[in-house]
Design a protein around this ligand. Structure first.
Ligand code: ATP
Ligand code: MG
Ligand code: MG
Ligand code: MG
Length: 576
């Protein structure tokens, strides 16, 4: 491929709405282009990465015996009514009507449609097991689309569905997929962890998430470095009963002084670990004393982590505290503050201000951290002043680093992850609801045992970049890089020797099946190098008149500090 024939559109600056590095770098590298909230054009450079990700997934799914098909993006509501999910999915599922006023949905996932196929097509035990998958556009009207294509509204998912004749056979299908997922993520060249996970809205009994390890990840993972134990912290309470924390002492209560007490004091008072993931602390009440300080028996303390997304708000209930402090439930808070149910972001938090006077919030902020904040909440703890910087992020799940691992094999460590894959054993949840049966050996109808297996194809790009980048840009693993090698000739437009050598190397690599890009744009070396470093191509070969006279070119790996001189005749072997 030659740069002049391709489309390269790098940017100096990232748009202001890009919060995380992967979003910034993808925008700057010209890989995606925003069309609307959570809706992106996949530009040619980004699409090449997507196609490589899809290619690896497809190969490994096929190798594992799954069969590819393609189910529609727009699906009739009737199927979703059969399982009850038409109502249950709530506002995240996009609904549309056709010209006859009939209801349709834009698929967020495809259990219903695939089960409908299975109940029609898989009639005998002889046809089982079967695993159907597709790589298809999904739409989820996420409450807060963000991080570019990591939490888009429109995105691409690979979703597979297995059908089996017994729970034992289904467990085998699950294991096969689990192993295929390991191969897939190994091939991507990403650092990841498979963790036990919650089954959520999809339902079912057994589930694992594949989490790419990255500090900006929305999920927290607990694991035991000396054993195989690993789980999403969401499961921590279920699988690892919390070691009871100390009850707040009378001294702690006394240390809470309006205008003086810090977030750490409040956390200590409540007997909760205060960690870096807790970035904001909102204390609010509807009862004030004459100075505008909190009074009365109910004080609302909202602990928000991350950047305030509602599903990250952790509100617990602490009983029996002195001074009438207690945690409210989410529902109580929504109701109390008149927020839309399930929403309490920074925007939502401004609404209750109508209910409680502005000065209330200011007083509360003051009470917590001794600081007033314009937007009605504290942007958290002042690290270093309030608390020492923790190395690892814990959570409010009452689980802290060093707690014993539930398997008794050591102590827990905590790290953050990005959910890139999720496998579920579903049992008969969908086959029962949709009456998907097959005839068993005795000729009797039996319900199919199902599993479902998703991979966030487009999210992988963001996750890979979060894990692998530097000050100059993206560092793609070879397997999913848009191009494997960038040939950067200096003076391609001026020197016949350089042009000839660059063209020859390009053709040779191409013939050898290497994904090669020849930058024939005639850019200055600095700008040319900066582009390919930003785009993250893992190998670069620079050709110049001077080097060629000595029979040499310069090779530099994207992570290398400096270039290495390589004999021109050998460079092809070097990058292959
Ligand atoms: P999350 O917890 O991040 O909202 P999920 O648990 O809702 O994800 P699943 O229903 O398990 O997602 O879907 C399978 C995979 O699809 C996820 O593991 C993730 O990689 C990907 N995915 C889910 N939602 C999005 C999204 N909004 N944008 C991009 N990828 C997504
Ligand atoms: Mg979700
Ligand atoms: Mg999830
Ligand atoms: Mg999931």
């Amino acid at each position: 491929m030659k740069a002049s024939q391709f489309f390269i559109a790098t940017l100096k600056e990232a748009p202001a709405d890009a919060e995380v590095i992967s979003h910034k770098l993808m925008m700057r590298a010209g890989m995606i282009k925003r069309l609307g909230a959570g809706i992106y054009n996949y530009m040619p450079m980004g699409l090449r990465v997507i196609r490589k990700v899809e290619g690896i997934i497809r190969e490994e799914m096929n190798r594992a015996g799954a069969v590819e098909l393609l189910m529609p993006v727009v699906q009739p509501a009737e199927l979703w009514q059969e399982t009850g999910r038409f109502d249950k999915m709530g506002p995240e599922m996009m609904r549309v009507k056709d010209r006859h006023d009939r209801d349709f949905i834009i698929q967020p996932t495809s259990e219903e449609v695939v089960t409908d196929i299975a109940r029609q097509e898989l009639r005998s035990y002889k046809q089982l097991p079967k695993n159907f998958y597709h790589i298809q556009t999904k739409f989820r009207d996420e409450r807060r689309p963000r991080f570019g294509i990591m939490r888009g509204r429109e995105f691409t998912m690979k979703d597979a569905y297995s059908f089996d004749r017994s729970p034992e056979a289904a467990a085998k299908s699950y294991e096969t997929m689990f192993a295929a997922y390991k191969r897939i993520f190994d091939r991507f060249g990403l650092q990841y962890r498979a963790v036990a996970a919650d089954t959520g809205a999809i339902g079912g009994d057994l589930s694992h998430e594949f989490q790419v390890i990255a500090q900006t990840g929305e999920d927290a993972i607990i694991y035991c470095p000396t054993s195989d134990y690993a789980a999403n912290i969401e499961l921590a309470e279920a699988v690892a009963p919390a070691t009871p924390r100390a009850e707040p002492t009378a001294e702690m209560v006394k240390t809470l002084t309006p205008g003086k007490s810090t977030c750490a004091d409040v956390a200590a008072f409540l007997g909760l670990p205060l960690t870096k993931s807790l970035k904001s602390l909102v204390l609010a009440t509807d009862t004030l004393d004459e100075q505008g300080n909190p009074a009365g028996s109910t004080v609302w303390l909202l602990l928000l982590r991350g950047d305030h997304e509602m599903n990250e708000v952790k509100v617990g209930k602490v009983e029996g505290l002195k001074a009438g402090f207690r945690f409210a439930t989410l529902a109580e808070i929504d109701e109390h503050f008149g927020c839309k149910p399930g929403y309490l972001g920074p925007v939502g938090l401004k609404k209750p201000v109508k209910i409680i006077a502005d000065r209330t919030v200011a007083a509360m902020s003051d009470f917590c951290c001794g600081a007033n904040e314009a937007d009605y909440h504290l942007t958290g703890v002042n690290w270093g002043r309030d608390l020492p910087e923790p190395d690892l992020v814990a959570d409010l799940r009452n689980v802290v680093e060093g707690d014993p691992s539930p398997d008794g094999q050591g102590v827990l460590a905590i790290e953050r992850g990005i959910e890139v894959g999720h496998v579920f054993y579903l049992g008969t949840k969908y086959s029962k609801a949709m009456n998907a049966t097959f005839l068993d050996e005795t000729g009797k109808p039996a319900l199919m045992e199902m599993g479902c297996y998703g991979i966030g194809v487009t999210r992988i790009l963001g996750a890979a970049i979060e894990q692998s980048h530097d000050a100059r840009g993206i560092i793609w693993p070879d397997a999913i890089a848009p191009f494997t090698v960038a040939i950067c000739p200096i003076g391609y437009d001026r020197s016949a020797e350089v042009k000839a050598a660059a063209d020859a190397l390009h053709d040779e690599l191409l013939a050898a099946g290497v994904d090669v890009m020849l930058d024939d744009r005639g850019e200055r070396p600095g700008a040319m190098f900066a582009d390919w470093e930003l785009i993250g191509v893992p190998h670069r070969v620079v050709l110049s008149d001077r080097g060629l006279k000595e029979g040499q070119v310069e090779y530099q790996g994207r992570r290398d500090e400096a270039a290495t001189k390589v004999a021109a005749a050998e460079v092809a072997a070097f990058v292959k």
